[in-house]
Design a protein around this ligand. Structure first.
Ligand code: FES
Length: 130
């Protein structure tokens, strides 16, 4: 990309800062619900692949067109893997720990479809740390 003016450069800077701020506050301006699944080595060893597959399957089975399931790295909490973070538009992200395939399906049914957070699995963490 070729930057042609100072104004253009300032605009790019503003947009980048906006994205960084969104990451830091955890609020997403995405119109989509995002489900992040930690796919580090320890996550995979703990069954994250099965969790991911179950999430994708349930999203498809329920025809949830506005929900994206995204593979991400780790946040250094091996003991809580598989970790799943739900980012719903204009809501604080919710991070779940020790999510197997069955609990993943429960997240889709309760949190994604009915809007009810599964408090018993919530952990104090966030993939979007600065
Ligand atoms: S290696 Fe386990 S959380 Fe990163």
């Amino acid at each position: 990309m070729q930057i042609k003016s100072l104004d253009e450069l300032k605009k790019i800077r503003e947009n980048s800062l906006k994205k960084v701020n969104l990451r830091q506050t955890g609020e997403s301006d995405s119109p989509h619900t995002e489900i992040l699944v930690g796919m580090s080595t320890c996550g995979i060893a703990s069954g994250a692949r099965e969790t991911l597959n179950a999430l994708v399957e349930e999203v498809n089975n329920n025809n949830l067109m506005d929900v994206k399931v995204i593979q991400v790295g780790c946040i250094g909490l091996c003991h809580s893997e598989p970790i799943v973070q739900v980012n719903r538009p204009n809501e604080k992200p919710v991070v779940y720990g020790k999510i197997d395939a069955q609990t993943g399906r429960e997240i889709i049914k309760e949190h994604i479809i009915n809007g009810k957070v599964l408090d018993q699995y919530v952990i104090d963490a966030d993939f979007a740390r600065p």
